[in-house]
Write a protein that binds this ligand. Structure first.
Ligand code: NAP
Length: 260
């Protein structure tokens, strides 16, 4: 891959590694191209990679991503901070295997009109001011009426992120599914919902309907939009995928082990 760009977290170490990567790749006649790169190198954490992925959403299917972590190992990143020379050798001399990561498609409905957004980790509706009341449908089937702060729909790769803090299960990489988890659900005699997380295979649509989404927010990865005036939100794993350049296999169990 000849054309590259670099996205760095704004700390001293990440910035200096980012500069080293640009200098070394340019010396090797690789072309720094921020408009139309073939590979995006993220330097920072999983959060930095999320920023890089969203910055390139318009060209997500023609770009590869690789990351170096300046903290621990991470889930989106394959190299640790002391491994910048290995990363450079790999990018200069080796052909990677492409790993595709399915994106979560989220539709905000206002009547028949909708707006589509994409998430890598998760999308969630939340209201910290007022209790939400949400009718949850899986396909055309009614599941439950949820009351509480909100609901989160996570992808497999996002299962170790916000979903894990909500006590959702961690899903291993070959599992193609969404996971629905509650955010502070209310459970008593008059209000009941599943309370555990629910793993839903791909090809299903999850639909949240509410009489009032006022003051609610739809968070998707590090981004958010307001839901005032919206009457339903739908979630589905889609064909669109992000492409990670894997130059060396990194065990998911090792990544998980590094997390806690
Ligand atoms: P952020 O500061 O960029 O990230 C918050 C933390 O989540 C960081 O420690 C980040 O790791 C980690 N993270 C991100 N994606 C991950 C993944 N797939 N698996 C494991 N850890 C992951 O926060 P932000 O900008 O608000 O939101 C970005 C993402 O952070 C969201 O998609 C959400 O999943 C996650 N988040 C989690 C919580 C929580 O667990 N309570 C709260 C807010 C946000 P690095 O340090 O490597 O960047």
């Amino acid at each position: 891959m000849e054309r590259f760009t670099v996205v760095t977290r704004e700390d001293e170490l990440s910035l200096s590694l980012g500069k080293k990567i640009v200098d070394r790749l340019t010396l090797q006649n690789k072309i720094f191209d921020d408009q139309n790169p073939q590979i995006v190198i993220s330097v920072g954490g999983d959060g930095t990679m999320l920023h890089a992925l969203h910055q390139r959403m318009h060209q997500i299917e023609s770009v590869h991503f690789v990351g170096i972590h300046t903290g621990t190992l991470g889930f989106f990143t394959d190299y640790e901070e002391g491994e910048v020379d290995i990363l450079l050798e790999d990018v200069i001399h080796r052909q990677p295997i492409t790993e595709e990561v399915q994106l979560l498609e989220v539709k905000r409905y206002n009547g028949d009109k909708f707006e589509t957004l994409y998430a890598i980790n998760e999308a969630r509706v939340e209201n910290i001011i007022k209790t939400m009341r949400i009718e949850v449908l899986i396909g055309d089937e009614y599941l439950e009426t949820f009351r509480g702060n909100g609901l989160c729909v996570s992808t497999q790769i996002g299962s170790t992120a916000y979903n894990r803090s909500l006590r959702g299960a961690v899903l291993l990489p070959s599992i193609r599914a969404m996971q629905l988890t509650e955010v502070a659900g209310i459970h008593h005699k008059l209000s009941r919902s599943l309370s555990t997380s629910l793993v839903i295979p791909e090809n299903n649509i999850i639909r949240f309907e509410s009489k009032s989404y006022n003051d609610s927010i739809l968070c998707y990865d590090h981004l958010h939009v307001r839901l005032d005036g919206v009457d339903a939100v739908e979630f589905q794993l889609c064909k669109k995928a992000a492409r990670f350049a894997r130059y060396r296999p990194t065990s998911f169990i090792k990544r998980l082990n590094n997390l806690y």
